[in-house]
Each structure stands twice: as C-alpha cells, then as structure tokens.
Design a protein around this ligand. Sequence first.
Ligand code: ZN
Length: 317
Amino acid sequence: MRLLIPRLPPVYPTALDIAKRARHIANMEFPPKPWPVHEGERVEPLVRRVLAPNPSAFTYTGTESYVVGSGCDVAVIDPGPLEESHLAALLAVIGDARVTAICCTHTHRDHSPLAGPLRERTGAPVIGCAPLTLEDDGPRSDAAFDVSYRPDRVLADGESVAGDGWTLTAVATPGHTSNHLCFALEESGALFTGDHVMGWSTSVVSPPDGDMSEYMESLQKLHDREDRVYYPAHGPAVTKPRQLVRGMIGHRRQRENQILRRLGDGPRMIADMVPEMYKGVDERLWPAAGRSVLAHLIDLEQRGRVARSGESWTKID
Ligand SMILES: [Zn+2]
C-alpha cells in the first residue's frame, strides 16, 4: 500500500505557531496538491488513518478518520462527512475485519454523518458521543451540526468499548461542543482528540453549544493525563501533547487578557474588538473569531468580571 497521508512533520507548536498556521491556511488555495485522500496509512501498529476529501479553512487538509485494531475486528473513529467516496475508502481499509464500533467524537457535519451509512453497510453499532440535546433556552445546534446522528449506545466519561487487542475509553471533553468525547486507546497510550485539541489550529468555541469555561476545564483535563501521542481529526499527529495543551491554555488566557484590557477603556462591542484583536488574520475568519470572543465574554460574565447591555460589554472593577 502506498503511503500518501500528509507529509507534514509531527508538530508541537506554541500558541504563536498555531496563530501563524491559521493565517497561512486561510490564505491557502484548496485543495492543495498532491492530495493524499482515501489512502490508509498505518500510523502505529493498531491505528490506520484515512483522509476524507473535504479540505477547507476550517477542516485544514480534511477530516481524518481512524481505523483501530489489527485483528479480526476494528473500530472506526469519526467516519467523516457524507461522501460516497470516503465510505468506499473506509470499507477498503476495513477489508475483511468485522466492525465492532463506529465511534464519533462529536456531531459536527465533518465528523459523524457517515456513521449512518457505515452502520447500514457493516451492521456495526454507533457507539460514542451523545446526540445534541435541546435546551430550555432553545436549540443549541446550528447549521454545522449533524441532526441525523442516532447513536446505539452513548459512552459516559470513563466507559469503554473493546475488541480484539484494543480498548477505547471515552474521555469527556465538552467545550468545542457540549457532546465532545476524546477516545483513549489503552493498549498504546494514544488519544484521539477530535476537534478538542489539534496541531494545526486552535478549536472554534461557538456559543451557545460551545462553552469556553468547559473548554478550558477540558484542556486542563488532558494536561493532567499522560497520553503519549494525540491523533486529532484534522492535521498531523501531536507528539508532545502536554506542551501543546500548555500552549493552548496560555493562548486562551492571553485572549482573555486582551479582551479585559480593551474593556478597560469603556464599553465595547464584539464587532469593534475583532479587527483589533485579529489584526493580520484573514477577514474570512473574523466571524468565527467573533464567536470565540463571545465565548470568552460569556465565561467572564459567569465569573462576574464583565456585564452586558444589549450588544455592549462592560468591565466590572
Ligand atoms: Zn467540530
């Protein structure tokens, strides 16, 4: 089998690297060539990675699905977007093995929609994150969510699913979405991090489903673990996980301080702050940046540091 998956080096970026990379990606032409989609690369004895054909400013080179197990059965993590060609690629990599579990880290449209068709083709149960629930204050989902997602079994934090020589344990990591799970491969010390921690960019945290307080707690949770390597759903493997997570926690604290400094001069609106805070960042990313600023402000509001009045935010001394 040819090895065509990203020729990107393993990374352990700082927060500054992450910001630079995001800027670079935003200016990138898509799809970049050569495009290593649909090939299974064995990234370690128990894990193969299959890249889906959905590159974008938000998905980097595309969604990476993982096939876990080298014996008579496997699990598939994040089957990916609804693309017939990606389903065929996954089935080719799975080969004669039985699929014991189809696991989704969360239900954004670039991660879970193929779970249904893969279940139909293999008979395997969908086991993993919860479907998005509706809250009293209105639907938490938006156009980015896969509303067709119907799991056969939801894993709570610490619960596992196992097969021939592999065990995947759910690590609840809400923040990017309220239902986000990472999966720990107990036999090798690898952690599948979905969109919670990625090497190429910081995560989008977009309220109301995205929650900055939960996201920071979930970063701390990973920092306190001793995983050997991260396999995110976008971008290359992360070989120095704690260093990256430390950088991300620092990056968010910097953003929070930036916001508080700006509010120190008087009430401000998000739309005014974003161009100053994201100077040099491609304007197409400003709406997403605005969502992150809102997530920080809601977090600060809950901690009693800021107050809002309509669109305007004020610092509380
Ligand atoms: Zn996502």
